[in-house]
Ligand binder design. Structure first.
Ligand code: FAD
Length: 664
């Protein structure tokens, strides 16, 4: 087995992984990136709508800053996030957007003067300031108080990934494509790299490194219908899980996006609603204002997806051969707007539905979209259990999203998280040395060899693709938008049986090199373990928080459940994960639990909430300069950041007293 040594190993060439690799390389470290596919085809490229950062250039973003973005993120998470991390993130997001502009991202820009937009289905004129002309623009997205989502039409992920990958190429960072990481090399305390398999030749290689960063994206494809690319199968999470040491956080927190097209599940961006599109039922009636009078279509995604499902359950969905759906109406935005700002959506509608969204409504239904759960890390991105193992982006539970992430906060997490964690990874590499017994490396390589030999030479009778499809259906039917104990019990039982059956997989094609059947066989067992962490976590969490919605426990229960689920895998033969819980300390919160401002207001309070609220009031009254928001925040909840990111962000209208909504 070939052994390749490096300082900083990054598994995953999406936005998050590449950004960490750039940070390592900038610090002079030898850096290698592994990817299933060419970097520019990573799933980040599919992101449409935009990236949140509180630049406050546009008139509807005036008054925005880190504090407002922080509040939106914490409320969006249904108080499930790590508020320290949300602070690190919101502070650095404007810096990341400007850095990306410097690297060539053609952000949509503000044009001074009047422009007509659609707000709440009405034409409204916005007047952009002369001073803002040419600065980075922002659009409205769900769950935010300000227009904060920076965008390049509806191809934001494409622009970002191309710019970041081009930057990585210009720095000479090697991406080893078609290399699939299958096992983490570790000694129970320290991570030493991965064993990977070349998808073309079948060669098994060891990559041994000072730091190993898992940036493999989400696990959406454990579901039957998902907006995710087909490679988003959760193998990164499985890598960590199979160490038996590293934990996964909040795996039950799975987001359903309100507007994927029916039946195939391709996304139409939240930008459609952000720009003024509305949802209609079978009668053409705009129903969201009845459910959410304040935010309407722009409540956060978990809320809108549930409201849509409720409405369809009342018989208001449009019947189709593929089940009921609702309509997304963007006709009111007009051809020019759609052609310039939503052109990918238009093409998707034309190519996959044969309709023109300029004149016709789009059939949509909530569909699996995002993984809030992932490899649990500390705020510096490192696993609390395995030193040298880092994780970032959708693969990780860093945890800035809690139980629901806001639209536009994920691209931002990938680049901002990559920017910050990249520095911690580089620090780690600079202060550590490679010291590993080569026998340990060989033993992990032999485990993968043995697994492949068993599949090829054994006489198993199960088909990997069948097990995968059964798993995907179980997840869709029983671990979806609305969950209940009876169905979750069924899901756990059925998934465990599938896991048992996966030990008896056999192959029709016995080739060791490029062999999709072998790839599926290696993955499905891992995917099933990931699926079990989701189903078991959901079954155990007897409350509703963010995207985790229990019909039998409809309240958010801060008293008993203000915590993070940690899953680990006890041993190779186990059929269920072990769950433990990490408390979220209310007394350390800058923003104690409260009402989100949308959705149902039914939380059972945590006993410390009132105490912390009083403590905050006390701290604020004792401040010398209560109008200095940086001093205020530092007094309430100081947080760590690498030095270069600490300076305050500057905004065009910093010294202007902004009152209320400036739309006229
Ligand atoms: C259709 C769609 C639209 C979206 N639009 C938006 C948006 O407008 N705004 C927003 O904020 N978010 C959006 N998101 C979410 C956002 O795009 C993703 O969360 C984000 O891009 C994930 O980036 P990442 O770097 O973590 O992972 P990815 O971009 O998924 O990259 C994962 C990488 O890991 C590699 N990999 C995976 N497994 C292995 C393995 N075992 N071995 C080696 N390599 C491996 C892959 O090859 C890939 O390079 C959207 C998501 C979807 C599905």
């Amino acid at each position: 087995m070939k052994i390749i040594y490096t300082d900083s190993l990054v598994v995953g060439a999406g936005l998050a992984g590449l950004r960490v690799a750039i940070a390592s390389k900038e610090r002079g470290l030898d850096t290698i990136v592994l990817s299933l596919i060419p970097a520019k085809r990573s799933h980040s490229v599919a992101a449409q709508g935009g990236m949140q950062a509180s630049l406050a250039n546009t008139v509807s973003g005036m008054g925005d800053n880190e504090d407002v973005h922080f509040q939106d993120t914490v409320k969006g998470s249904d108080w499930g996030c790590d508020q320290n991390v949300a602070r690190m993130f919101t502070h650095c997001a404007p810096k990341a957007v400007r850095e990306l502009a410097h690297w060539g991202v053609p952000w949509s820009r503000v044009s001074q003067g009047d422009r007509e937009v659609i707000v709440n289905a009405q034409k409204v004129t916005l007047t952009e300031a002369k001073e803002a002309h040419g600065l980075i623009n922002a659009r409205d997205f769900g769950g935010t108080q300000k227009w904060r989502t920076c965008y390049t039409a509806d191809g934001t992920g494409h622009s970002l990934l191309y710019a970041v990958d081009n930057r990585a190429i210009s720095m000479g960072i090697p991406v080893h494509e078609r290399m699939e990481a299958l096992k983490i090399i570790h000694d129970g305390k320290r991570c030493h790299g991965v064993i990977a398999r070349c998808l073309i030749t079948g060669e098994i290689r060891a990559y041994v490194a000072k730091s190993t960063t898992i940036a493999t994206g989400g696990y959406g494809r454990i579901y039957e219908v998902s907006t995710n690319a087909i490679i988003c199968e959760g193998i990164g999470q499985a890598l960590a899980l199979e160490t038996g040491v590293a934990t996964l956080g909040n795996m039950e927190a799975v987001q359903f996006h309100p507007t994927a097209i029916v039946p195939v599940g391709i996304l139409t961006t939240e930008g459609c609603r952000g720009d003024g599109g509305v949802l209609r039922d079978k009668d053409g009636y705009r129903f969201m204002p009845d459910y959410e009078p304040d935010k309407k279509e722009l409540a956060s995604r978990d809320v809108v997806s549930r409201r849509m499902t409720e409405h369809m359950r009342k018989g208001k969905g449009v019947n189709s051969p593929y089940g009921p759906h609702l309509w997304l109406d963007i006709t009111l935005l007009g051809q020019k707007h759609i052609d310039t700002n939503l052109r990918e959506v238009k093409e998707i509608c034309q190519h996959f539905l044969g309709i023109d969204p300029v004149t016709e409504w789009i059939p949509v239904r909530p569909t699996q979209h995002y993984s809030m759960g992932g490899i649990r890390t500390k705020p510096n991105g490192e696993s609390p259990q395995l030193s040298g193992l880092f994780s970032v982006g959708e693969a990780a539970c860093w945890d800035m999203h809690g139980f629901n992430r806001l639209g536009g906060n994920s691209l931002a997490e990938a680049v901002v998280g990559g920017m910050i964690i990249g520095q911690y990874v580089a620090d780690f590499c600079e202060h550590t040395s490679l010291n590993i017994d080569t026998q340990l490396i060989e033993s992990f390589g032999q485990q993968i060899d043995a697994e492949i030999n068993q599949l090829i030479d054994g006489n198993g009778t199960e088909k990997a693709i069948t097990l995968k499809q059964e798993m995907q259906k179980i997840m869709m039917d029983y671990v979806g938008i609305f969950r209940n104990g009876a169905q979750l019990d069924q899901a756990v039982k059925a998934l465990s049986e599938l896991l048992m059956r996966s030990h008896n997989i056999g192959l029709t094609c016995k080739k060791r090199h490029a062999n999709p059947e072998l790839v599926d066989a290696l993955r499905v067992k891992r995917m099933l373990k990931v699926a079990l962490t989701v189903a078991c976590g959901a079954n155990a969490r007897t409350e509703s928080r963010g995207a985790h919605s229990r019909e039998d426990y409809p309240e958010r229960n801060d008293r008993d459940w203000l915590n993070r689920t940690l899953s680990s895998w006890p041993d190779e033969n186990a059929l269920l994960p072990t769950l433990t819980y990490e408390a979220i300390d209310v007394m350390g919160m800058e923003l104690p639990p409260g009402y989100r401002g949308y959705g149902i207001n039914n939380a059972i309070a945590h006993p410390d909430t009132q105490k912390r609220q009083q403590q905050i009031e006390q701290i604020l009254t004792e401040l010398n300069n209560p109008s200095d928001r940086h001093a205020k925040q530092a007094a309430l909840m100081p947080y760590e950041l690498p030095d270069q990111f600490k300076p305050a962000n500057q905004r065009l209208f910093d010294n202007v007293d902004v009152k209320g909504d400036t739309a006229k």
